[in-house]
Design a protein around this ligand. Sequence first.
Ligand code: DQA
Length: 147
Amino acid sequence: MTKILVINGPNLNVLGQREPATYGYETLTDIEQHLSTIASELDTQIDFFQSNAEHLIIERLHQLFSDPVDAVIINPAAFTHTSVAIRDAILAVNVPFYEVHLSNLHKREEFRHHSFFSDIALAVICGMGSAGYEYALQDAVKRFKHQ
Ligand code: DQA
């Protein structure tokens, strides 16, 4: 069975309440429930992790050494623009990953235009709201289907 891990970074636990004009009214629970439904239809195992703490995201990635997945879908949120440490953790565990952002980073402040992840990501989806996670999941299932 294909195994996917979805990681969400800081402030994404308050989706729905947080700047809804930018991030929408769906909560993270709504998004995760929707992804779970799709995953079960596609016969895929999906796990979720959210943290506001950089080191906890790094430690969750390190768990992939002993409990690997086929791909990670990550929205590193503000850590996108700051975290060499999370980038290094992804490289350490050598997992293919999709970088997803709800908003279109390139339409926003200049400091959001640079990502520490995009050059090593399998794909980057931004500006498609929560559908971005869904598209990443569908692609991962196709790409990493076990024979
Ligand atoms: C975000 C964009 C980031 O710049 C921001 O810090 C976030 C969310 C997005 O999903 O659009 O927290 O990753």
